[in-house]
Ligand binder design. Structure first.
Ligand code: COA
Length: 260
């Protein structure tokens, strides 16, 4: 199975999916979403595959966010569509009957943190950094970050991290429950595969039901918060601050916001 932006391999009944744009720190553009969508289908349709591991190419980043170069020209409606598309692919991961585990090997920012959070659980390397820095761009998370970070680490800390755009390191992510384990970089994939090998030996239909019931425990099948996020993400694309924030990132300077 080949993809433009992903590497896809099968090892011991686990699909190893590697986001492969290391020169752009594996930023999520439209093609990555299309490929991820197909890769999740490939996992779910192949009886040889019992589980999946998602990681990023290179040693620096898991995924450094949505591709900011695609933001500048979007209308409010197009921004909502982008948010809906990202949410749709991440729902597909979250609701997959087969376990998806993120092996976070560096920066997991914005859409990268959101991708990791859509997986069923996470491990990270000791150089990993997590954050939702969208507010620096005059935006908010659009791929479920306002909802899943709150589910995983609680309201107060989620508020603080999203309002300040502060990045947290691997040990803080462990303390907050964002990741289950921190490993040395060289051991990350091995440790993640070991855990998946244990899960692969269990009854697949029971594992699928565990995923379904735990997801239900968290959402109670109420996704209105995700819909609110789509609307709010779109709203920010109608602001001058969003244009300033994204422009400032691309020009490698600090943004100056006016509240307009
Ligand atoms: N979208 C598009 N391109 C991105 C990107 C993103 N989210 N994150 C990094 N890149 C690109 C950079 O523009 C740069 O490209 P260039 O070499 O053509 O200039 C390349 O990836 C390397 O990134 P760089 O910023 O030079 O690396 P760094 O080590 O100085 O900083 C980060 C690393 C992660 C702190 C920094 O890249 C960053 O802040 N990225 C954006 C994070 C973000 O706001 N994500 C949320 C988006 S909604």
């Amino acid at each position: 199975m080949t993809f433009d932006t992903l590497l896809f391999a099968i090892e011991n009944n686990t699909a190893i999916i590697t986001i492969n744009r290391p020169d752009k720190l594996n930023a999520l553009n439209k093609n990555v979403f299309d490929d991820l969508d197909k890769a999740v289908d490939a996992v779910n349709e192949n009886p040889e595959i019992h589980s999946a591991l998602i990681t990023g190419a290179g040693s620096k980043a898991f995924v450094a966010g949505a591709d900011i170069t695609e933001f500048g020209s979007l209308s409010i409606v197009e921004a909502r569509q982008l948010s809906e598309r990202g949410q749709q692919v991440f729902f597909k991961i979250e609701n997959s009957p087969k376990p998806f585990v993120a092996a976070v090997n560096g920066f997991a920012l914005g859409g990268g943190c959101e991708l990791a959070m859509s997986c069923h659980f996470r491990l990270c390397s000791d150089n990993a950094k997590f954050g939702q820095p969208e507010v620096n761009l005059g935006l908010i998370p659009g791929y479920g970050g306002t909802q899943r970070l709150t589910q995983l680490i609680g309201k107060g800390k989620s508020m603080e991290l999203q309002m300040t755009a502060q990045m947290i390191d691997a040990q803080e992510a462990l303390r907050l429950g964002l990741v289950n384990y921190v490993t040395p970089s060289d051991d990350l994939l091995t440790r993640t595969k070991e855990i998946l090998a244990v899960i692969n030996s269990k009854a697949p239909l029971a594992v699928a039901k565990i995923i379904e019931c735990i997801n239900h425990a968290v959402t109670n099948n109420n996704y209105s918060g995700f819909e609110k996020e789509v609307e709010a993400f779109g709203f920010t694309f109608g602001t001058e601050d969003m244009l300033e924030g994204t422009q400032a990132f691309l020009e490698k300077r600090k943004a100056s916001f006016k509240g307009k």
